[in-house]
Design a protein around this ligand. Structure first.
Ligand SMILES: Nc1nc2c(c(=O)[nH]1)N[C@H]1C(S)=C(S)[C@@H](COP(=O)(O)OP(=O)(O)OC[C@H]3O[C@@H](n4cnc5c(N)ncnc54)[C@H](O)[C@@H]3O)O[C@H]1N2
Ligand code: MOO
Ligand SMILES: [Mg+2]
Length: 416
């Protein structure tokens, strides 16, 4: 009972700080390139060779010596003889001499002697020759060795999220295997005697478990697999047993429900019984004020609220950055922007308020019914409006902070 009632709300920033401070990287592993998307780079990615590693043509046309084009004009066309023909992947054996050219396709290596490329559109082409009507500067229309990256240059720092562009880079440098941070093993436990599974018909007083599948999807969005524990009734021994099991089997257990001050809210007592180090059990935020985070035997215990909107918000604010840090990421926080409120929001905000919202470029609109127990607004929203505690009376047109959801890579600084 002690823990349950002894609750001092701390600020959201302080709560986020306490969580992230305790998160430790869970180790490294090697994965095939094809499975590297969504993982975090453990080592900086440095260029192992120049890119491109040879001078090449960026156009379909003719490789020439620019000096030969000097003085060309509309009235004084200069003629070149075509002495070879190459496509990308071929290397010409010829060396270009006076007024000679090689017909060259995009991506093909520049022949010896050439230092400029005439695009087809810049030439009048006949069978074995062509004429031009302008002078070409040295290196005109060339893709030069190392123009993209230089050998040895660090292109992507360690701790970066591997997105499709990173995969392209890894492939460029021949990494068939990539060293990445190991993903934490995460368990999900939904508690509540009222919970039915998704296949069950409704019964009086019961509801279907939406938080469990929602958290699973929030994890999936981060590329993190999960272990789903059987839904537990609000019963101390049953919940305690599963929590103890999860402490052995996972790096992190996310529970939902049973974390407030109700007669059947057993999470506070469970934390006490297992001797967990409770980082906080009250946050000055709404929804999610009862969110509790504890650490036991090196594993995180995220006690998210049973109320769906609170559960969702607690995951995005606290679970996500902790897991990302465990995965070795630097950019662990949701990206933030500001936008203009699309409608009045007169309600007072004694605590920092997170409103499920629809963000559309410059404006943001609350996504409908927005109480802590709402499900609909989680489904409609793509963002969270943040209204600081101690404020009230927001009006349409007021600029507000917005946290963006579902973005591949976040930001490295908590700014609210
Ligand atoms: N006297 C007080 N009562 C409450 C307080 C308070 O400070 N004093 N806090 C309220 C706030 S705020 C919240 S949020 C909830 C938190 O409750 P719990 O985290 O203990 O969650 P439960 O009581 O188990 O359930 C709350 C609500 O959510 C529904 N629920 C639970 N699990 C699921 C699930 N997996 N899927 C869908 N819905 C779920 C449950 O049926 C309840 O309706 O406490 C307030 N009370
Ligand atoms: O924890 Mo409750 O969600 O603040 O509404
Ligand atoms: Mg409760």
């Amino acid at each position: 009972m002690k823990l349950k009632n002894n609750r001092n709300p701390i600020s959201v920033a302080e709560a986020v700080f306490r969580v992230v401070e305790r998160a430790r990287r869970t180790g490294t592993e090697t994965v095939p390139l094809a499975e590297s998307y969504g993982r975090i780079l453990v080592e900086p990615l440095a260029a192992t060779h120049d890119v491109p590693h040879f001078d090449r043509s960026p156009y379909d046309g003719f490789a020439i010596r620019s000096a030969d084009s000097a003085g060309a004009s509309r009235d004084r066309r200069i003629k070149f003889k075509v002495i070879d023909h190459i496509g990308a992947g071929d290397v010409s054996k010829v060396t270009i001499g006076d007024f000679q050219a090689v017909r060259i396709m995009t991506g093909a290596a520049l022949p010896s002697g050439a230092d400029a490329v005439v695009m087809f559109e810049q030439a009048i082409v006949t069978e074995h020759s062509f004429t031009i009507r302008k002078a070409f500067a040295p290196q005109e229309n060339l893709s030069l060795q190392g123009e993209d990256m230089r050998a040895g240059e660090t292109v992507v720092p360690a701790g970066s999220f591997i997105h499709p562009g990173t995969v392209a880079l890894l492939a460029t440098f021949g990494y068939g295997q990539v060293q990445v941070a190991r993903r934490p093993v995460v368990g999900i436990l939904s508690t509540g005697t009222e919970l039915l599974d998704v296949h069950s018909p409704l019964e009086p007083g019961k509801i279907r478990n939406s938080n469990g599948p929602m958290i699973a999807a929030q994890l999936a969005r981060m590329g993190i697999p999960y272990k789903m524990y059987d839904t537990a009734a609000d019963q101390l021994e049953e919940c305690l047993l599963t929590v103890r099991e999860a402490l052995v089997e996972t790096d992190c257990l996310i529970t939902t429900g049973g974390v407030s001050v109700g007669d059947y809210d057993y999470l506070p007592e469970i934390y006490e019984q297992i001797g967990a180090d409770v980082l906080f059990n009250k946050v000055a935020m709404r929804p999610g004020s009862v969110t509790t985070v504890a650490v036991s035997e090196g594993a995180f215990l995220f006690g998210l609220s049973g109320n769906p909107s609170a559960c969702f918000t607690g995951f995005e604010l606290f679970v996500r950055p902790a897991l990302l840090k465990m995965m070795g990421a630097d950019k662990t926080y949701l990206p933030r922007t500001t936008a203009l409120l699309a409608e009045d929001y007169p309600i007072a905000n004694p605590f920092t308020r997170f409103i499920r919202a629809v963000h559309d470029r410059t404006s943001v609109r609350p996504a409908g019914f927005n109480k802590s127990n709402a499900v609909s607004s989680i489904a409609r929203g793509n963002s969270l409006i943040v209204l600081p505690g101690g404020t009230r009376g927001y009006a349409a047109g007021d600029p507000v902070d917005v946290l963006l959801l579902g973005v591949e890579e976040g930001t490295d600084e908590w700014v609210l």
